[in-house]
Design a protein around this ligand. Structure first.
Ligand code: ATP
Ligand code: MG
Length: 420
């Protein structure tokens, strides 16, 4: 069975949760680390955040820490955010007072909408473990007794690498449809296999994923796409039938090619991974991107980066002999890192990619030297902004980039005078 690495409690990230647990204990309450942080610590991974669970009611939590140091984020679900005291080490390292989530042990009532419980009642640690989604997410750690509290068989599943719902899979997915996609996300990010009954229940209920909001689907898909085993993750989406309702085009993915590219990309960003996937799907990838962008409520910046990669990555793979004035505008684009990373994944050995990569990581002044002449120079000769004006500036800029114009004097000569 995996052991809890107690050194992790001394890290600045965990210190705040330990402080909160200590204060709650001093006030006479039970308080433990809960959920994802216990799972990740046991796996030797760095937890994203340290959540606390307690038998103190939300009101008591607010009393213990003071109203001004607490945020009522999900008071109806029994979740209070506790802020660190001002100017602690945690604040200095993160520059922000990030709240720690403190959740009262609870049992969830009925789920009538397939998304959230109609009501919650406060309960004990065991009830709280049972309302959680997967066994590996259902454990607590008592920092005073140095003991993992496991009511759900999480330790065993963790050691076997199994993802299994707590309780009957069908019922747990009927309650909250998002859990189906979370199952694929955890299996992908942790490299776990989805236990047979859990898998079969997802297959049976896959079409219900449509009741989940686009934002939540997008949030899970960001995690899937940035996991090292993203190829396994996307194949699992297809095998479970979830992809039909989330990303139907995935059914036609060229898996061999996709795996090769995504592995070549080495820890791609979400945008790069999306671009790589779209490159290996037949059909109009820009069109598919727009559909997905709308469905998953992706940000404008994410969409722009993926679009830039879809538009320019192939040019980069073949840019070996391309004039610098044609290549440079692509490399000064905000999304150039996504474009080049995508190109590298598509053609890791391409000389064009090597050239673009060198330019991008080289001297910024060489990549984008200040222009020898500007619009102001043209205006001072009496020219008015317009298409011709733009064309002249562009042609001077191109010649500057291609080394045909070296000095400002030479460049100024290219501006037509009134007599020409
Ligand atoms: P990470 O923070 O890395 O995404 P996590 O396990 O902490 O992983 P969160 O979404 O932060 O995931 O949720 C915290 C905990 O709350 C989970 O570990 C799980 O116990 C519980 N939980 C979260 N979402 C659900 C859900 N939809 N149904 C049941 N329990 C859930
Ligand atoms: Mg978490």
């Amino acid at each position: 069975m995996p052991e809890f690495p107690i050194e992790i409690l001394k890290t600045p990230e965990a210190a705040e949760a330990v402080r909160i647990i200590t204060e709650l204990k001093n006030a006479g309450f039970v308080a433990v680390l809960a959920g994802g942080c216990v799972r990740d610590a046991l796996l030797g991974r760095k937890p994203k955040d340290f959540d606390v669970a307690t038998d103190a009611t939300p009101e008591s939590v607010r009393e213990v820490f003071g109203k001004r140091s607490t945020l009522a984020f999900g008071e109806s679900f029994g979740v209070i955010g506790v802020l660190p005291p001002r100017s602690t080490a945690a604040e200095e390292t993160s520059h922000k007072r990030m709240p720690t989530e403190v959740a009262t042990f609870r049992a969830d009532g009925n789920y009538s909408d397939g998304r959230r419980p109609d009501s919650v009642t406060y309960g004990d640690a065991e009830a709280d473990a049972l309302r959680r989604d997967f066994t590996i997410n259902g454990m607590f750690y008592d920092v005073f007794d140095s003991r993992v509290i496991d009511y759900v068989g999480g330790l065993e599943d963790l050691s076997k690498g199994h993802l299994r719902t707590i309780g009957k899979a069908i019922q747990r997915f009927e309650e909250d449809k998002l859990r189906m996609l979370r199952a694929v996300r955890f299996a992908t990010t942790l490299g776990f296999s989805i236990e047979h009954k859990t898998f079969a229940a997802i297959q049976n209920h896959a079409s219900d994923i449509s009741v989940v909001s686009g934002e939540r689907i997008g949030a899970e898909m960001r995690r899937v796409m940035t996991a090292p085993a993203v190829d396994f993750g996307l194949e699992t989406l297809v095998d479970t039938g979830l992809s039909l309702h989330i990303w139907p085009q995935l059914q036609t993915m060229n898996w061999t090619e996709f795996s090769r590219s995504i592995q070549a990309a080495k820890q791609p960003t979400f945008e790069t991974a999306m671009a790589i996937a779209l490159f290996h799907l037949p059909g109009d990838s820009l069109h598919t991107l727009r559909l997905i962008f709308d469905d998953w409520k992706l940000s404008v910046a994410e969409r722009r980066a993926v679009e830039a990669a879809l538009t320019h990555a192939e040019t980069i793979t073949q840019c070996d002999g391309l004039a610098w004035s044609r290549l440079q505008p692509i490399l000064v684009d905000t999304d150039a890192p996504t474009i080049v990373a995508t190109a590298r994944a598509l053609a890791p050995k391409s000389r064009g990619v090597a050239r673009a990569g060198r330019a991008l990581s080289g001297d910024p002044n060489e990549l984008n030297p200040p222009p020898l002449v500007t619009g102001a120079d043209l205006i001072s000769t009496g020219m008015r902004p317009g298409p011709e004006f733009k064309a002249i500036l562009q042609s001077i800029r191109d010649d500057q980039l291609d080394g045909k114009l070296k000095t400002r004097e030479e460049a100024l000569q290219r501006i037509p005078t009134g007599d020409e």
